[in-house]
Design a protein around this ligand. Structure first.
Ligand SMILES: Nc1ncnc2c1ncn2[C@@H]1O[C@H](COP(=O)(O)OP(=O)(O)O)[C@@H](O)[C@H]1O
Ligand SMILES: [Mg+2]
Length: 296
């Protein structure tokens, strides 16, 4: 654990379907398999994909009597009172209490955010040490970060989402805290090399330079991700054919390597491998230690 508590990773992009929830669970489960104590926090109270993903994982474990590591999972709901300011205050309060508790309890907190702007999403971005933004491999999806000149490919105007992130970064710098390390990740990269792919890569590099963030090697488009959600599994878990509906393939192995490379590129602070490995063994022995806490 870092000296001042857990390292916080937020996964964010105001574009739905870019792979945020999939990436959030994959990062969390990878870190669990490394022996770290990990909490997952779902602030997407409309979709609740990460919460359902974790529940599916628990159900698969129970049904098949199998042992896979579980994160401590928290779902924070949006407040729905009549007063906007009261709602924001209530959300800020519950968010900070939740994060204060988790900071001392785990090594990493992975927060999944919704594909739209909102108070909880802003709080999550503001607290992140690392912000991971998956971007689908298309110019349309890049446009959600920065408007790009269609002819020259040059970034023209920062989007409302990117401006929110820049504001959160400035606010953190003003408090003297280390800045937010913002990493863009290409997702669902087509396996067929295409003009679009190289255009997206080139534009993404320019967008990253404009936003002051980094670009990590991405994750390819792979059918396996479609079958993982309903069984609550990731490419890091042992996947038998009867769970997947087909035998695991090379594509599965490659996906695992891509996520490993992504974590390496994030450059997360890692605790001593010895203590983490010891905890991994304990965690596998205690199969059902993941808990779902619904806070509202
Ligand atoms: N690398 C990938 N290859 C294929 N499908 C993917 C990949 N990443 C995510 N998906 C699929 O894309 C859809 C949206 O992913 P999700 O993680 O829910 O996005 P978000 O949380 O940003 O809305 C899901 O059906 C998911 O299985
Ligand atoms: Mg999602």
């Amino acid at each position: 654990m870092k000296q001042n508590g857990a390292h916080i990773i937020a996964v964010g992009n105001e574009k739905g379907g870019s792979g945020k929830s999939t990436t959030a669970l994959h990062l969390a489960v990878y870190l669990l398999h490394q022996g770290y104590r990990v909490a997952t926090v779902d602030v997407d109270s409309r979709q609740q994909t990460l919460t359902r993903y974790v529940r599916n994982r628990r159900a698969t474990m129970a049904g098949a009597d199998r042992r896979v590591p579980m994160p401590k999972h928290v779902h924070l709901s949006t407040a729905w009172g009549d007063s906007v300011s009261e709602n924001e205050r209530a959300e800020r309060d519950i968010f900070s209490r939740c994060m204060a508790g988790l900071r001392d309890e785990v090594d990493y907190v992975v927060i999944d955010t919704p594909g739209f702007d909102g108070n909880l999403a802003r709080l999550a971005h503001g607290i992140a040490d690392t912000l991971v933004t998956p971007v689908n491999d298309s110019m349309i999806d890049l446009d959600v970060l920065v408007r790009v000149d269609p002819v020259s490919g040059e970034p023209i105007e920062t989007s409302p989402y990117a401006r929110n992130v820049q504001r959160a970064r400035a606010e953190r710098r003003a408090t003297g805290a280390p800045g937010i390390d913002w990493v863009l990740v290409r997702n669902r990269i087509s396996n067929l090399g295409s003009r679009n792919a190289s255009q997206v890569q080139g534009t993404m590099d320019r967008v990253a330079a404009r936003l002051g963030c980094r670009v990590a090697n991405g994750i390819a488009e792979r059918v396996i991700f479609r079958s993982l959600f309903s069984i609550g599994m990731t490419v890091f878990d042992p996947l038998e054919a009867h769970l997947l509906g087909a035998a695991p393939s090379m594509s599965h192995v490659n996906a695992r390597q891509e996520y490993r490379d992504l974590v390496a590129a994030l450059g997360l602070p890692m605790v001593a491998p010895d203590s983490a490995a010891a905890r991994a063994m304990q965690r596998t022995a205690r199969s059902n230690d993941g808990s779902i806490v619904i806070a509202s």
